[in-house]
Write a protein that binds this ligand. Structure first.
Ligand SMILES: Nc1nc2c(ncn2[C@@H]2O[C@H](COP(=O)(O)O[C@H]3[C@@H](O)[C@H](n4cnc5c(=O)[nH]c(N)nc54)O[C@@H]3COP(=O)(O)O)[C@@H](O)[C@H]2O)c(=O)[nH]1
Length: 772
C-alpha cells in the first residue's frame, strides 16, 4: 500500500512566545521569507537567522541546524486547552497534526502531562515531544502517567537544533508510517470481513438450496463426500452422517454401468465440469432420476482439491415430459397412436421393408354410420363405441402391428412384413369379422361395421402420405361398394377420388349459381285414376354437362354435408311450386308434393324450423306437404326422430316411408312413428311376376298398412302387368315410368289438366289374388 501523502503539520504548545519563534526558525525557516533569500541561504545564515542571540538560542546555537529539504507546517498554541482545540479543529478539517511539541510547564493551564493526555484522547495517532528544562515529576512518573511512550519523545531544554529537527523528521515520518500501517490493517480487516461475509452467504446459499449438494475431496483421496447439504437429506433420505466419507457412487446402487457415470468419470479424470442423468436410489430404495452436475474446485495450480456435485431430482419433470410426449403422439380417447406417431412408425416400417425387401400394408378403416350413432345415442355412447372398437381392433391384429386412430371414426392399421396382397385381405376379413359381434357401449349393444381400404407397399406408394391417401381412397370405394367390406387400392381409384373432389367443388358452385331444379313425378290413385300428388326430384342443370341425375351427386352431397343446404333449397322450391299449382288451379288442384329428406338433414339441421319456414314463406297448407324418409332414419335415436316426426305430424305434414322393405329397421317403428304412407320399393315391384316372394311381401305390406290405416304407394311401375298386379294386390296409389316420368313443373300441370290417367280410366281396383 502506498504511503499516505507526507503530513508535515506540527503543533507547538508552549506558553513562551519566544519558543514559538525559535521553533519557527528551526522547522519552518522559509515561511514568510522571500524565495530568493531562502534559495541563497547558507547554513551559517540559517543558524544566525534561527537563533540570533537570545538566551535560549545561545545554547541551541551550539548544535547548528541542518537545512531542511522542506518546511514543516508549524501551528502554535500557548496553552494545553488551546492546543486541544487546534487538534479538534484539525481533525474536523481532516488535516490532523502529525506531531506536537508540548511544553511541560504552562501555568496557569494544564501542564504537559495533562495536555498530552487530552491530546491523545482526541487523536491517538498524534506523535508528541515533551519539551522541558525540568519537571515537577520524575520522568518515570511522567512516562507511567502517559503510558504510551512509543508515541512520545522527550527533548530537554536548552534545545539542540539538530535534535529538534530530527525529532520532527522522525516523528512526522513515524506518523506517516503508522498511518499507512493503520490503513493497511484496516484494509485487510475489511477484506477479511467482506470475505467472511461472502463465505457466509455462499454457505447459506448451499444450505438453503432446494437441490441436494455434495462436496467431495479430490480423486487422490477417493472422491469421498465431505459435505452434504440439508436438501440432500430431504431428497435422498440419507443423513450427512450416513454419507460422509463415502463415494457418491453408492447412490446408483447396483447400476454402476450407466452411461452417464462413465461420462462423469471422464470429466473427473480431466478435472472438468460434467453433467449426466442417472438412475439413482433414495434411502428407501425408490428410484429417482438424478440430473447431476459436477464441478471441480481447483487450487492455485489448477489441481482439483474438491468436487461440488449438484443433484437435481427430475423424476416428476421427466414423467411430465413423457406424458406430454405420449399425449402428443397418442389419441386421448382410445390411447392409440395418433397420426403423428403413425406416420413415424410408417416411415420406419417403410425403411425396414426396403432393407428387408419385403412389403407392408396400410388399412384405412371408417366406421359405417358412426355419425348416426353419435348423433342419435349421444357422444358418450359414441366415445364408448370408439374405445370398444379400439380394443377390438388391437386384439384382431398382432402386437407388432400398429392400430392408430386418426380422429373421428377413422382408424388405420399398419401391418409390417406383408408379403402377398392376399395377406392384407386376410387381415381385413379378420377385422370385419371381429367387428361383426356387437360392441357394448354404455349399455347399448352396437354393431360397428366398417369399410376398409387397403394400400400396399411398395406397389401402391413409396411414402407414408401416398400410402395413407391411397388406403383412404380405397376405403371410399369400399363404402361405395355397400360398406362393411374392404377394397384394395387400384390406380383408377385415384382418378375417381379426384373426380369426387371436383364434383364437391362444383356442387358448392351449383348451389351458389342456382343450377338446381326440380322435376316432379306424379302419383296416381289406382281407384280414381286421378293424380294425387307428385314427388319432387332434384336435377342439376350443369352448364357444360347438361342435366345430371341426383343418383350421381346426392351421395357426394350427403358425404360432404352439402345435402343440408341443398335439402333446404328443395323444400322451399317444392313448397313454392305446390303453392303455385294451388293458386293456379284453386282447391280443385289439391296436389300434395313429396320431398325426400335425407338422414343427414335430420341430424345436422333443425328440420322442424326449415319446414315451418318453407310453409310460412310459400303459404302451402301443411297437409299438402309430404316428407319421404327412409327406414335407416328410423334406426337413429328413437326419441329424437320421433319428437321431430311427431312435431311435423302435429303441424299437419304427412309422412311417408320411402323404399319400404329395403332397410334393416324393425317394424316397431310403424307403431312408434306417426306415419301416413308406405312407399313399396321398386325392387319388389319390378319382379312381381317372376318372384312369388315379392308378391307375398307386397301383399303383406298391403295388409299391414290397411290394418294401420296407412296409404300404400307402389313405386317404379314400368309395365302394365306390374300395374295390374299391384291393383290386384290392393295398392292405393302408383308411381312409375309407365304412368309418367318425372316432369318439369309446367308439364305436370298439363298432365293434371288431362284428368284421370288413360291407363287407369274406368278401372276399379280388383280384390287381391289368393296366395300363389
Ligand atoms: N335427399 C334427396 N334425395 C333425392 C332428391 N331428389 C332425388 N333424390 C334421390 O336421388 C335418387 C335418384 O333419384 P332420381 O334419379 O330422381 O330417380 C327417381 C325416379 O326418377 C326413379 N323412378 C321413378 N319411377 C321409376 C321407374 O318406373 N323405374 C325406374 N327405374 N326408376 C324410377 O326413382 C327415383 C325416386 O326414388 P325414391 O326417392 O326412392 O322414390 C333417389 O334415391 C331419390 O330419392 C332430393 O331432393 N333429396
Amino acid at each position: 500500500m502506498p504511503l499516505p501523502t507526507a503530513n508535515r503539520r506540527i503543533l507547538l504548545i508552549d506558553d513562551m512566545p519566544s519558543i514559538h519563534e525559535d521553533f519557527r526558525k528551526l522547522l519552518a525557516p522559509h515561511a514568510g521569507r522571500p524565495a530568493a533569500t531562502a534559495a541563497a541561504s547558507t547554513l551559517d545564515d540559517d543558524e544566525a537567522w534561527l537563533f540570533g542571540d537570545a538566551p535560549t538560542r545561545a545554547a541551541a546555537s551550539t548544535a547548528p541546524a541542518v537545512p531542511l529539504d522542506a518546511d514543516f507546517e508549524l501551528h502554535s498554541a500557548h496553552q494545553g486547552q488551546e492546543g486541544l482545540r487546534c487538534v479538534h479543529d484539525a481533525l474536523a478539517a481532516d488535516q490532523p497534526f502529525a506531531m506536537a511539541f508540548v511544553d511541560m510547564r504552562m501555568p496557569p493551564g494544564w501542564d504537559g502531562v495533562q495536555t498530552i493526555q487530552a491530546l491523545w484522547q482526541a487523536d491517538p495517532q498524534l506523535q508528541v515531544v515533551i519539551c522541558t528544562a525540568y519537571t515537577d515529576h520524575s520522568w518515570a512518573q511522567v512516562m507511567q502517567q502517559l503510558q504510551a511512550n512509543d508515541r512520545l519523545l522527550v527533548v530537554k531544554k536548552p534545545f539542540d537544533a539538530i535534535e529538534v529537527q530530527q525529532a520532527a523528521r522522525a516523528l512526522v515520518h513515524k506518523w506517516s508510517l503508522a498511518r499507512a500501517a493503520n490503513a493497511t490493517r484496516e484494509g485487510l480487516e475489511q477484506a477479511v470481513a467482506e470475505r467472511t461475509q461472502a463465505l457466509r452467504v455462499h454457505e447459506r446459499a448451499v444450505e438453503a438450496a432446494l437441490d441436494p449438494i455434495l462436496i467431495t475431496g479430490p480423486v487422490e483421496e477417493g472422491l469421498t463426500i465431505r459435505y452434504a447439504n440439508p436438501a440432500f437429506h430431504k431428497v435422498t433420505g440419507y443423513t450427512p452422517d450416513e454419507v460422509l466419507g463415502r463415494h457418491p457412487r453408492f447412490l446408483v446402487g447396483q447400476e454402476t454401468g450407466q452411461a452417464g457415470l462413465h461420462g462423469l468419470g471422464r470429466a473427473i479424470a480431466r478435472g472438468r465440469e460434467g453433467e449426466a442423468l442417472l438412475r439413482s436410489y433414495r434411502r428407501d430404495g425408490s428410484l429417482f432420476w438424478n440430473q447431476v452436475r459436477l464441478a471441480p474446485v481447483p487450487d492455485e495450480h489448477g489441481q482439483a482439491t474438491h468436487f461440488v456435485g449438484i443433484l437435481h431430482d427430475v423424476t416428476e419433470a421427466r414423467a411430465q415430459a413423457q406424458a406430454l410426449a405420449h399425449q402428443a403422439q397418442h389419441d386421448a380417447l382410445t390411447g392409440l397412436p395418433n397420426r403423428v406417431l403413425l406416420q413415424d412408425r410408417l416411415r420406419h416400417a417403410i425403411a425396414q421393408a426396403r432393407r428387408e425387401q419385403t412389403g407392408l400394408a396400410v388399412l384405412w378403416l371408417d366406421l359405417d354410420h358412426f355419425k348416426d350413432i353419435n348423433d342419435s345415442l349421444g357422444h358418450a355412447v359414441g366415445d364408448a363405441l370408439l374405445q370398444g372398437l379400439a380394443q377390438r381392433l388391437q386384439s384382431a391384429v398382432r402386437a407388432s402391428d400398429t392400430v392408430a386412430r386418426l380422429g373421428g371414426d377413422e382408424f388405420v392399421l399398419l401391418l409390417p412384413g406383408i408379403h402377398r396382397q392376399g395377406d392384407a385381405g386376410t387381415v381385413a376379413r379378420k377385422v370385419l369379422a371381429a367387428l361383426s359381434t356387437p360392441i357394448l357401449a354404455q349399455g347399448h349393444a352396437l354393431r360397428a361395421s366398417t369399410s376398409v381400404g387397403v394400400a400396399l407397399f411398395p406397389q401402391d406408394g413409396h411414402d407414408p402420405e401416398q400410402l395413407l391417401m391411397h388406403a383412404d381412397i380405397a376405403m371410399y370405394r369400399a363404402k361405395a361398394e355397400g360398406r362393411n367390406t374392404f377394397q384394395y387400392f387400384c390406380g383408377e381409384m385415384s382418378q375417381e377420388a379426384r373426380e369426387r373432389e371436383a364434383l364437391t367443388q362444383e356442387l358448392h358452385q351449383a348451389l351458389e349459381r342456382q343450377e338446381f331444379e326440380l322435376h316432379y313425378q306424379p302419383r296416381w290413385c289406382l281407384a280414381s285414376g286421378r293424380m294425387t300428388g307428385a314427388e319432387a326430384l332434384l336435377r342439376w342443370r350443369h352448364p357444360h354437362k347438361g342435366l345430371i341425375s341426383p343418383a350421381v351427386f346426392i351421395p357426394v352431397a350427403e358425404e360432404t354435408g352439402l345435402i343440408v343446404p341443398i335439402g333446404q333449397w328443395v323444400l322451399q322450391a317444392a313448397c313454392r311450386q305446390a303453392s303455385l299449382w294451388r293458386t293456379q288451379g284453386g282447391p280443385d288442384l289439391p296436389l300434395s308434393v313429396a320431398v325426400n329428406v335425407s338422414a343427414r338433414q335430420f341430424r345436422q339441421h333443425d328440420l322442424r324450423r326449415t319446414v315451418e319456414q318453407a310453409l310460412a314463406e310459400t303459404g302451402l297448407p301443411a297437409h299438402q306437404l309430404e316428407l319421404e324418409i327412409t327406414e335407416s332414419l328410423m334406426m337413429q335415436r328413437h326419441e329424437v326422430v320421433a319428437d321431430t316426426l311427431q312435431a311435423l305430424r302435429a303441424r299437419g305434414v304427412r309422412l311417408a316411408i320411402d323404399d319400404f322393405g329395403t332397410g334393416y329397421a324393425s317394424l316397431s317403428y310403424l307403431r312408434d312413428f306417426p306415419l301416413d304412407l308406405l312407399k313399396i320399393d321398386r325392387s319388389f315391384v319390378q319382379q312381381l311376376h317372376e318372384r312369388a316372394t315379392d308378391r307375398a311381401i307386397v301383399q303383406a305390406v298391403q295388409s299391414l298398412a290397411r290394418a294401420m290405416a296407412l296409404t300404400v304407394v307402389a313405386e317404379g311401375i314400368e309395365t302394365q302387368a306390374q300395374l295390374d298386379m299391384l291393383r290386384h294386390l290392393g295398392c292405393d296409389q302408383a308411381q312409375g315410368f309407365l304412368l309418367a316420368r318425372p316432369l318439369p313443373a309446367p308439364a305436370l300441370a298439363d298432365c293434371w289438366a288431362q284428368g284421370p290417367h288413360p291407363l287407369l280410366r274406368g278401372v276399379t281396383a280388383a280384390p287381391p289374388p289368393g296366395p300363389t
